[in-house]
Design a binder for this molecule. Structure first.
Ligand code: NAD
Length: 497
């Protein structure tokens, strides 16, 4: 059986721990490979080589660094099909979604090509008598990125794209469920002419995450995953004096106002709730129609669309979505549906026990729709992370605004309306980090930045954009004065005009 090790100092290495985890083919349920868990000693060797590479990289002129980033962007683009296939085979998302995953990562690499513009600092001429002040944004050194299973291309590129382009070295610790794409992305960086050691990939679980948080040479930790672990990593990394930005879980709400274009809203919500089998932190698993009439019209528009959806394998070009990532995850989604029903929700569409003919061992969950969900239900508060849409009916705008604002998570939210005034007020008052107005998945473009509020993010800095640039750099401010010297060597005397 194929075993995936690590990418250390420019080479794929097997790993020494003898401790492995299974990587599944979610379409069939079979184990297709194993991934080796790294030891702290292997981390030490990766960090030592990263630190060496970083010293030289930081001295490179910014334009040369940009050229490498640009060559890398082109090489990732050229490898799009291979990366997408690899991604779908371990994650289970359909090929179109895998391409989107890689593409959104490339967007950040593209932004990273222009980092010298953002990193050039500030300058005040004549802050005092003959005194000039300038600020520099210096790289931190060696930093680490710890990523979740659901975007194995995009999220690593969010992190190392910004880290490396600003002059750092990066140790990437991908999810143990689908590590092949992050491994390949690290390898491609060297193939694009990137210095050996600057980007390395270490596979592992809690043991290696703890070692990263405790490592004295690692200066910053960027994490994306579930909230309890995000909070744990944030606490452990910052207790060790590191910078940390730790993104957590989500439960995004879509508010439908009575004046919404219902056909369009239902189409958008269908894609946002069930696309990628709901395994997106910016999915819309909760919909809030305002008023009973709106709820009924929404159901009328949505139900035929759900019926027309195709659940298939990740390589089926006609499938709307594929299997979920593991059997354990399938069971946890089904257990949440059981619980929602026990709590009193109305089950309109039941995706439990979904069998795809010919793929009986696959981790498929059918589209599920729960109505009359109420805020006192536990399943409303928890993240299900599957193809499950919950309808919470609200009486009015204020109630619809309060629900996402009071929810423990605050990643994304969307409002569907034709009333600009209502949309503007909603966007202003809602306690959520990323807002869509008639946009179901408001993931900010690469030159803005990504980050939720409340238990969706721990730490101050968002991912990528100028926020990312600031996270991976520290400011040094120089105040200088050059008084006239005692020397009478005319060659050194600066003429005065
Ligand atoms: P996860 O929390 O299980 O794993 C994330 C990372 O943490 C992995 O690299 C994993 O190896 C590591 N890890 C797992 N258990 C650990 C432990 N006990 N101690 C230390 N590290 C540990 O998350 P996941 O299931 O891979 O990903 C799905 C989650 O990620 C969802 O909650 C989703 O909402 C969230 N997510 C959030 C964002 C965001 O930007 N807010 C984006 C994508 C995904």
């Amino acid at each position: 059986m194929r075993t995936i090790g690590h990418f250390i100092d420019g080479n794929r290495v097997a790993g020494t721990s003898g401790r492995t985890k299974d990587i599944f083919n979610p379409n069939t349920g079979e184990v297709q490979a194993k991934v080796t868990m790294a030891t702290p000693t292997e981390l030490d060797s990766a960090v030592a080589s990263a630190a060496k590479a970083q010293l030289l990289w930081a001295q490179e002129n910014p334009q040369r660094r940009s050229r490498i980033m640009f060559a890398y962007k082109q090489l990732v683009e050229a490898n799009m099909d291979d990366l997408a296939e690899m991604l779908s085979s371990e994650h289970g998302k359909i090929l179109a979604d895998s391409r989107g995953d890689v593409m959104r990562g490339i967007d950040v690499i593209e932004f990273a090509c222009g980092v010298p513009h953002g990193q050039k600092g500030e300058h005040t001429y004549g802050a005092g008598p003959e005194i000039d002040v300038y600020s520099l944004r210096k790289p931190l050194g060696v930093v680490a990125g710890i990523t979740p299973f659901n975007f194995p291309a995009m999220i690593p590129m969010w992190m190392f794209g910004m880290a490396i382009s600003t002059g750092n070295a990066c140790i990437l610790k991908p999810s143990e469920k689908d590590p092949s794409v992050p491994m390949r992305l690290a390898e491609l960086f060297v193939e694009a002419g990137g210095p050996v050691g600057l980007l390395q990939c270490i596979n592992g679980d809690k043991e290696i995450v703890d070692a990263i948080c405790d490592h004295p040479t690692i200066k910053a930790v960027s994490f994306v995953g579930s909230s309890d672990i995000a909070q744990y990593v944030y606490a452990r990394a910052t207790a060790n004096g590191k910078r940390a930005q730790c993104m957590g879980g989500a439960k995004n709400h879509g508010i439908i106002m009575p004046d919404a274009n219902m056909e369009q809203a239902a189409k958008d919500i269908l894609g946002a709730a069930y696309g990628s089998a709901g395994e997106r932190c910016m999915a819309l698993p909760v919909v809030i129609p305002v008023g009973e009439g709106t709820a009924e019209r929404f159901l009328e528009a949505l139900l035929p669309k759900i019926e027309a959806m195709t659940v298939g394998t990740s390589t089926d070009p006609d499938a709307d979505y594929g299997p979920v990532v593991t059997e354990a995850h399938k069971k946890s989604i089904e257990a949440d549906i059981d619980k929602a029903v026990a709590e009193g929700a109305t089950l309109i569409k039941d995706g439990r026990g979904y069998i795809l003919q010919g793929y009986e061992g696959g981790f498929f969950v059918g589209p599920t729709l729960l109505d009359h969900v109420t805020p006192d239900m536990e399943t409303y508060h928890e993240e299900i992370f599957g193809p499950v849409l919950q309808i919470v009916r609200a009486k009015n705008f204020e109630e619809a605004l309060r629900l996402p604002s009071e929810h423990q998570y605050g990643n994304g939210v969307a409002i569907f309306t034709q009333n600009g005034r209502a949309a503007r007020e909603f966007a202003d008052r809602v306690e959520v980090g990323m807002v869509g107005i008639n946009v179901p998945i408001p993931v900010p473009v690469a030159y803005h930045s990504f980050g939720g509020w409340k238990r969706s993010a721990f730490g101050d800095a968002n991912q990528y954009g100028m926020e990312g640039l600031r996270f991976y750099t520290k400011v040094k401010t120089v105040t200088q004065r050059w008084p006239e010297g005692e020397t009478d060597d005319s060659a050194f005397i600066i003429p005065r005009f």
